[in-house]
Design a binder for this molecule. Structure first.
Ligand SMILES: [Zn+2]
Length: 289
């Protein structure tokens, strides 16, 4: 599933090519927007909030959607996808914007966007630096939840998907199962995750290691039963149905042991980010308290 950094990059691509252009033709095939006709409207803003994309038009309407697993955009030439998959097609001056297989799509008055995205926690991929202390407080609001589940809950913080829910606990040396209120210095963990996702949103490939020769660009995501890259212990994990938060997971039973209380290890984070451009954001975006 795409994460917040992917959606932000998508918004920038749409904006770079189509901003300020008028809609010449408009086809809406999704039952939720069959009434939608945008001909004559001008695209004035393209935004990403958490994992939602938003297209704002000068007539006061916002078209929004969520990619979930299968949704995607074709941009430029007219899409060759079967017509029934092309949920929304807009002909702009500089080509076509086509929303394909979008499981969640709708239209709302721009003034009422809050009804769609207002429940989301602070957005990691916003242009403003996110409030790390506020995010940590929201994560702790249901303190007995496992860390990975809390990170994935977009009401706490918008942007993290499952790659980060695996990689960030590993980098901080905390189990994805560790209850959030038993983690000391949760802020440092959030700051590291924020630095990574905010750095990755400006890059073409998601990478958490900073090492290009790494087979997967990730520390442990997708590497269950392989040796831990730090201590060589065999990585363990579980399928979606086995995890309380309903997503596949991986962790190192040595580096990420569960304990009654577990402190985030800033030296480990520093070492993990040493080759990654995110290290430039890591001290700055740490809490000042
Ligand atoms: Zn390990």
């Amino acid at each position: 599933m795409p994460e917040g950094d992917t959606i932000r990059r998508l918004a920038e691509r749409i904006s770079g090519r189509f901003l300020g252009q008028r809609v010449a033709q408009s086809f809406a095939r999704d039952p939720r927007i069959t009434h939608l006709d945008l001909v004559g409207s001008t695209l004035t803003d393209v935004d990403a909030v958490g994992k939602w994309w938003l297209l704002r038009f000068d007539d006061g309407r916002t078209v929004y959607g969520h990619l979930r697993m299968d949704g995607r955009f074709d941009l430029g030439r007219r899409s060759k996808a079967p017509e029934w998959q092309r949920r929304l097609e807009l002909e702009m001056e500089n080509g076509w914007i086509t929303a394909i297989d979008m499981p969640n799509i709708g239209v709302v008055a721009t003034a009422k966007e809050e009804s769609i995205v207002g429940h989301l926690g602070p957005d990691l991929c916003s242009t403003e630096i996110p409030d790390i202390a506020l995010i940590a407080d929201r994560l702790r609001s249901n303190g007995d939840r496992p860390l990975a589940g809390a990170l994935l809950d977009q009401r706490n913080v918008a942007g993290f998907g499952n790659v980060y829910a695996v990689e960030v606990p590993f980098i901080a040396g905390v189990s994805p199962h560790q209850p959030v209120d038993s983690i000391d210095d949760l802020e440092a963990l959030v700051a590291a995750g924020s630095a990574l996702i905010r750095t990755n949103m400006g890059r073409s490939h998601r990478n958490t290691t900073g090492r290009r020769l790494h087979t997967t660009n990730m520390w442990i995501y997708g590497r269950q039963r392989r040796p831990c890259p730090w201590c060589s212990t065999t990585l363990v994990g579980g399928a979606e149905r086995e995890m309380p938060w309903g997503r596949v997971s991986v962790w190192c039973p040595t580096c990420q042991a569960i304990e009654p209380t577990r402190a985030v290890d800033p030296a480990r984070i520093e070492r993990a980010l040493i080759l990654h451009p995110a290290r430039k954001l890591w001290p700055i975006e740490q809490p000042t308290t």
